[in-house]
Design a protein around this ligand. Sequence first.
Ligand code: AMP
Ligand code: ZN
Length: 469
Amino acid sequence: MKVYNTLSRKKEEFTPLEEGKVSMYVCGPTVYNLIHIGNARPMIVFDTVRRYMEHKGYEVNYVSNFTDVDDKIIRKANEEGTDPSVISERYIAECKKDMEALHVKPATTHPKATCEIDGMIEMIQTLIDRGHAYVAEDGTVYFKTRSFSEYGKLSHKNLDDLRSGERSLLVSGEEQKQDPLDFVLWKPKKEGEPFWKSPWCEGRPGWHIECSVMSKKYLGDEIDIHAGGEDLIFPHHENEIAQSEAANGKPFAKYWMHNGFLNIDNKKMSKSLGNFFTVRDIGEKYDLQVLRFFMLSAHYRSPLNFSAELMEAAKNGLERIATCVSNLNYLSERAQTQELSAREETQLKEAKGFAEKFDEAMDDDFNTADAISAVFELVKFANTCAGEGASAAFVRALKDEILMLTDICGLTVEQKEEMLDEKIELLIQERQEARKAKNFARADEIRELLAGKGIILEDTREGVKWKRE
Ligand code: AMP
Ligand code: ZN
């Protein structure tokens, strides 16, 4: 499996630090509003990376934070006359609802910055003790950027280039910096802001330190993958590397993965341009699976353009797969024979080739665009080969292959149709007859078929009873 590493700017063979295990940290959203469709891209993309790794047999420890202390959260709380935690808890809950609708699996851990302040104070103290940070007169703690000689290795900037642009790095209120390149680890409280006690002043952390601390706490000093949108490469991830490596004395993340940006009709999404969409906005028009499918139809590192036409195309594509699965279900229920014919056996071998193609695409830096093409080829193949007269085993194997691949993409393409009571009764009757004729294979098959539809059978003295799950 090859992964493009922003650090080396190359595709590298993926070898985890510990065999069979993957530790992965994905920078999560700042929770002051409903998430927008740009925020949904890293969620969907890295959830798919995770699902594929799990499919390959890795045990994935996936951590994604919520930034719940930030200027924008505080501003909104002041506008509403409430506490910042009310705002952040509200939008964490909303974000989780959106994630569920997008089929993004919950992370193994979803830490919140405000619950990790002690760890942040500890890491900042270590950085001070090791000469990588200093306390200014007003109690602000700054990271001494020049003390970390490898600064710039992720964004491929060197300190001299940064120095020439350093005037723009001077922020008002930060005149006490020893060097314009230094960045804030801890800052003093301001009127109306939440604050915590620290050895330096009552205040709150800078943004970057939270990810270094949460990653260390939940995944260890060294991790396999650190990910986020490409806007985070500089300064956020560059600063995370400086903090973590200076504090821990070890390399931080082995692979750095970044998704490209999502634009709207070829323009940057912004509220002022009026082309800003929340996930909820899109959910009013489409099943959010369509948004997921749309996102996966491009390579994660490419810029992606959102438009109504492309969403329609995604909707049609997804429907094509769902229709094929529904046809296969219909054929399976009507099949006259269970056993594979010799011809079907050969065709199933051919069908496996599409799953191999899918894996090859995913092994090549998670090329979901090509992987989805392989699913379409399989659908076309299934539509051609499976018709009236096909055996149940054949159509089921084709369906299972489609479902396995779409499941890796986090897509559900099988509608659970409710079975009518009469149909259930008929199947139960057929099962009784099969048992009488000692055809236990068929009897078991019917039980399984019903179980798949959420129908539970109970053999009682008065006969067979059934109930829905
Ligand atoms: P934020 O809440 O702004 O920190 O963003 C959370 C995540 O969404 C980060 O990984 C960002 O890089 C990512 N992100 C924000 N906007 C976009 C966009 N338009 N396209 C792709 N990713 C984005
Ligand atoms: Zn982060």
